[in-house]
Design a protein around this ligand. Sequence first.
Ligand code: PEP
Length: 251
Amino acid sequence: MSRRMLIAGNWKMNGDAAQVDAFARALSADAGAISADMLVCVPFVYVERLAAGLADAPVALGAQNLAAEVDPGAFTGEVNGAMLADVGCRYVIVGHSERRALYGETDAVVAAKASAAVAAGLTPIVCVGETLEQREADQTEAVLAAQLAALFEQCDRATLAAAVIAYEPIWAIGTGHSASPEQAQDVHAFLRGQIADRDATIAESVLLLYGGSVKPDNAAALFAGADVDGALIGGASLKADSFLDIARATG
Ligand code: PEP
């Protein structure tokens, strides 16, 4: 099966109204010529502004987090999946390493959030990845297998079939040191194999994104991996030029 390439931006807690507007203008002008699917995950408060700016562009909107709770209620400060869908999101990042490390999100919480996203009609981009210590101790595969196992134990098939998986080695995020194309492909092949052991159909269709210091100058080599179906991009997604250049590198 041939899978479409997906290029996802993660602005993290960055940006302001002027940057959103400039980004939307640039993408509206140039995104039409790009064959990959594209989406941008901005802070909640800018989703509607970016959606309006991208109204005529083939670029989807996403959020960076959502509540694990599906129904509205007494959850001060939280935003649920239905609200994200309501303001135009189609995607949501779940289990980014920053949320796991800084906000205590466990594998169980990540799985609950992935399920909540799908219940609201959103595509969860579920992040997995190992620390540098784990890689150096040869634990990468064990760590990733455990993160995936939690998803398979807790999520129903509809959630698993809808999810995108982003392999984001923590040592590569925001460091300028990307995984090599070989390291990325090796891990992606391992992830697809783990998924195939449970469900061959999902393994064929699931999009596996690589994230961690993807830039215009390393993107094409990373995308050459047969199991690399695109990228989740932090720093280089903040500027339209570099984001578009990475998307063009999908060929
Ligand atoms: C990220 O934020 O998910 C990420 C991969 O960041 P960067 O591209 O800046 O390494």
